[in-house]
Write a new protein. Structure first.
Lengths: 271, 310, 374
């Protein structure tokens, strides 16, 4: 392209807006770390003193760590299950002439547009009618429903984006279906799988409403936080916890980004 | 969507290996193969969506008696919802607040998505991640963070008093509908941004150049080309945010005051303190219907706009 | 409330001593530990599960249990006991749950509870008899009790002595004071609010089930609504708002006033001339308690002297163990609005009377409507 249109030129106004937008997005969240170091029990300005004691108290609370463990377990299994199901479903929707494709897709994406409270309530009714005890499993089941649409929505474009001829070529070479799937399909859609795992993990990890209705005595982290928010003495500890989660996800994301970039290069090389 | 290519090789292969009848059938009828691949997802969703919803529908016609239910199949709950003003008021208020929050978010997010799509050329992924990162922290803590900002001794009030703009803290900031709308807008920003960004990113740059070559100014071009082409993303973002926020109750419980109670709060209470599950089920069903109606009206409006624009 | 301040000073000193050493490590350690966690095996024996308000899940209340079993029991947290009951009825099973005395007859109707054999509690002889010897606590309990009492106190008003200009005696009128419209906070729990409003409306508790009572109580609550800044059942919000001066007065339990005083916020826990709402709460055991033996250990820890000292000294709630009071002098107890002889406090106020589920449903529905403005 020789001519440069003005929509390629930097737009000062938009740049300023972008900075403003990011500030708006981040400013409130930054108060979580700020007040986690504040000496007072109550959030108020000016901050009178600084302390690390909330972090110390956090460390002594085995309940937090257990809630964290529960959340990681639930989110981890939800991410794996919904991504695996999502891979199959997305492949089926893209590769095969499935009857009723439109309605099926609509049905799968339906949970995206139903308020979580409705799902929580409806599932609670079913679970209590079947006399299934509430536990981390019921939470996970609930989360799979809301995560499956995310997984499929993330994976569909991946399947649409590559040439089926690759699979056919492999099949022509006499390889069976599973081999083709593992050695040809999976590597190609790998970025989609990673994205889906990350997204579904995040959604499940932070989901509160369904967990509230479907949870048993084992608490996930959001349920634990909800309980602690009500206790003045515990609140700064929750802020400390929030800070650590924030820090941890930043580290995780940037690590993931680095690895992802290397991975992407590898994939390109293979292509 | 790309349609599957028929693969004669596979069929030949299957036949050539002399496979048993079911396998041959599978190879032959790709629709069947597709359905089998879809089956796990569909079965799980079927059990966890259709059955509970059917039960909820059924229960909404029951009546709570003391600690028990009477399955008397009456319309009592619905009649109560229709006749008592509290239900319609809270429902309409929830729809209104969700609409306000969604509108605010879409308006704030669109320029950012536009900036990302057209003015960021390197590290787009990094930008996207930085935008979504705040949403990795606990939703409850994000809502709570707004209390710090909007509170009586919060950032805004302290700041404004410091520079002498106000003498007394502004009270409408916290424990109000304003607080709920602001908090919701912030909490759902990424959900609205991503679809809009994707639709802007998809716009073929040559269309823009063609428009420029035809002598259209940037403003005209935005309204005649970019905005209409990005509408699918705007609509998707609107739905993705509007629908869940109608049923939100956590935000209203934490930063809303007495006048910001939403239908979600009422539903949650039926399954908690008030302990009237049939009524809760009826309210949930009513809410879904209301959302569907509003959603269809919105789609209709968009279609009408599209036709009118032509 | 100087006595309370002294109490606070003593505690802070102790806290600082142990606090700093591990503090720096904490910042780095938690993420590391949490990443290693999923592989860690959980203890094989099942702990008892306690279903209670947030704030009662702290180690100090379960010292004997921790000493015996190495870890805290498991917890589930509710916003209000009625929420908890609804969850139990939907199939959620915990060993113990934390309602109040007046709930016993109604809760028993669900058939979800078993009587508690007090002979299995070694601390039981120290429990003040006046707190549990009530007919509906003993009825059909096979010589035991349905509810082991644990905490008692008042639902009253915490107000800012520097911001609220008290005219005359302390009274429930504080929460209906139009001079402070928009600066009044209220609990959202009907079980507290409804009875307090009955006191304000002058409705005798014996008549609280009548239609006239419903109307009179609804009327005072509707009258109050325009003055109310927030209805909430998390004390954290109320305390925060009282500390910042956003609220000048709020309906609270004992702990809010005590905790705010610890933080040097000038507040008083009012003793309204009409009388406060007083209550005794405790623990009931689930019929299908999965870990009954450990549940007894939990109960025994809760009614121990060490739990009592913490409950009274840190939260300002009354405890049931008579020997726990020895740690406090009369002046401190008075400042905490507690007494060695609980009936002095409990009988000076009003105690709620058990009501049937239908009443409870009607009350909660009406209350929800009033809060929403109808």
């Amino acid at each position: 392209m020789i001519r440069r249109h003005h929509f390629h030129r930097p737009n000062r106004g938009l740049q300023v807006y972008a900075v403003f937008f990011m500030a708006l997005l981040y400013a409130p969240i930054m108060f979580i770390p700020l007040f986690s170091f504040s000496d007072g029990l109550y959030i108020r300005f000016p901050i009178e003193g600084w302390t690390l004691r909330w972090y110390d108290e956090l460390l002594q609370r085995t309940a937090v760590l257990r809630a964290l463990e529960n959340s990681v377990r639930v989110a981890g299994s939800v991410a794996v299950v919904s991504t695996v199901l999502g891979v199959f479903a997305a492949k089926a929707l893209v590769r095969y002439r499935v009857p009723g494709k439109g309605p099926i897709l609509g049905f799968i994406l339906l949970p995206l547009v139903v308020p979580p409270i409705i799902f929580g309530v409806a599932l609670l009714l079913m679970v209590s009618w079947l006399q299934i005890p509430l536990s981390l499993y019921t939470i996970a089941a609930g989360h799979i429903i809301i995560c499956l649409p995310f997984a499929i929505a993330t994976l569909l474009p991946r399947f649409e984006g590559y040439d089926a001829a690759m699979e056919e070529a492999a099949a022509d070479l006499g390889e069976n279906g599973w081999w083709v799937f593992w050695r040809v399909t999976v590597p190609i859609i790998l970025p989609g799988i990673v994205a889906s795992l990350l997204l579904t993990f995040t959604v499940s990890f932070d989901e509160f409403v369904m967990a509230f209705f479907l949870g048993g005595t084992d608490l996930t982290l959001p349920l634990y936080v909800w309980g602690q928010l009500r206790i003045p003495r515990a609140f700064p500890v929750v802020l400390a916890l929030g800070t650590l989660i924030l820090l941890f996800s930043f580290v995780l994301v940037f690590l993931g980004l680095k690895i992802g970039r290397r991975g992407a290069i590898k994939l390109v090389d293979r292509d | 969507m790309r349609m599957a290519v028929t693969t004669p090789n596979e069929t030949a292969l299957a036949a050539g290996r002399g496979q048993s009848a079911p396998r041959w059938l599978l190879a032959r009828h790709e629709g069947l193969r597709g359905l089998i691949l879809l089956a796990p997802a569909l079965v799980i969703l079927g059990i966890t969506v259709i059955v509970p919803f059917a039960m909820m529908g059924a229960m909404s016609f029951w009546t709570q008696v003391g600690f028990d239910y009477a399955d008397d199949w009456s319309l009592r709950n619905y009649i109560e919802i229709a006749s008592e003003p509290i239900y319609s008021t809270l429902l309409l208020r929830s729809l209104g607040m969700a609409m306000a929050a969604t509108l605010l978010t879409v308006v704030l997010v669109y320029p950012m998505a536009y900036f990302l799509a057209f003015h960021v050329h390197r590290n787009k992924l990094l930008w996207l991640i930085i935008i979504t990162l705040p949403f990795w922290t606990s939703y409850l803590l994000r809502v709570f963070a707004w209390r710090v900002v909007l509170g009586f001794e919060g950032v805004i009030n302290t700041g404004l008093m410091e520079i002498g703009l106000i003498a007394e803290p502004l009270k409408f900031l916290l424990y109000s509908r304003t607080a709920v709308v602001i908090t919701l807008a912030h909490a759902w920003a990424a959900f609205a941004l991503l679809p809009i960004y994707v639709s802007l990113e998809k716009i073929d740059r040559s269309v823009l150049e063609a428009s420029a070559d035809l002598g259209e100014g940037p403003v005209m071009r935005f309204f005649r080309v970019i905005l209409p082409l990005s509408m699918p993303g705007v609509i998707a973002g609107t739905f993705l945010m509007f629908i869940p926020t109608v049923g939100d109750y956590v935000t209203a419980a934490l930063v809303g005051g007495p006048d910001a109670r939403m239908i979600g709060n009422l539903i949650q209470l039926q399954f908690g303190t008030i302990n009237n599950w049939p009524m809760g089920a009826a309210l949930a069903i009513t809410m879904i219907l209301a959302i569907t109606v509003v959603g269809l009206m919105f789609l209709g409006l968009m279609l009408a706009l599209k036709r009118w624009a032509r | 409330m100087d006595a309370i301040k002294q109490l606070a000073a003593r505690k802070r000193h102790a806290l600082n001593r142990r606090a700093f050493v591990r503090s720096l490590m904490a910042v780095g350690l938690v993420p590391v530990m949490s990443s290693a966690l999923p592989g860690k095996a959980r203890a094989s024996t099942r702990h008892a599960t306690v279903f209670t308000w947030g704030g009662f899940d702290v180690p100090e209340l379960y010292q004997d249990y921790v000493d015996a079993h190495g870890e805290l029991p498991d917890f589930a947290i509710f916003g209000a006991p009625e929420d908890g009951l609804t969850r139990l009825r939907s199939g959620f099973v915990t060993d113990l749950i934390h309602p109040c005395m007046g709930d016993i007859p109604r809760w028993r109707q669900t058939g979800l509870f078993q009587p508690i054999d007090t002979s299995r509690l070694s601390n039981w002889p120290d429990v003040i008899p006046g707190l549990w010897e009530e007919p509906h606590n003993l009825e059909d309990a096979d010589g035991g009790v349905w509810l082991v009492p644990f905490d008692w106190g008042q639902t009253s008003i915490t107000y800012r002595t520097d911001l609220y200009d008290l005219e005359g005696e302390e009274s429930w009128d504080i929460l209906w004071d139009e001079r402070y419209a928009g600066r009044i906070g209220m609990l959202a729990t009907g079980d507290d609010v409804w009875w307090c409003a009955a006191i304000k409306a002058g409705v005798p508790f014996e008549e609280i089930h009548t239609d006239e009572a419903f109307e009179a109580i609804s009327a005072v609550l509707r009258e109050q609504r325009p003055l109310v800044r927030t209805y909430t059942d998390d004390t954290s919000s109320l305390n925060q708002a009282l500390a910042s001066g956003e609220l000048v007065a709020a309906m609270t339990w004992n702990s809010s006033a005590v905790e705010l005083t610890f933080e040097e916020v000038p507040v008083r826990f009012a003793q309204p001339k009409e009388g406060a709402l007083t209550w005794v709460c405790g623990f009931m055991m689930h019929r299908d308690a999965p870990a009954p033996d450990r549940a007894y250990d939990v109960l025994n820890a809760l009614i121990s002297v060490s739990a009592g000292e913490f409950l009274m000294g840190d939260y300002g709630y009354g405890h049931v163990n008579i020997r726990a009071f020895d740690a406090f002098d009369d002046e401190t107890l008075e400042a905490l609005t507690l007494s060695r002889n609980p009936s002095d406090i409990l009988d000076a106020g009003h105690r709620s009377i058990p009501q049937p589920p239908e009443w409870s449903a009607r009350m909660n529905t009406t209350w929800e409507r009033i809060m929403a403005g109808f």
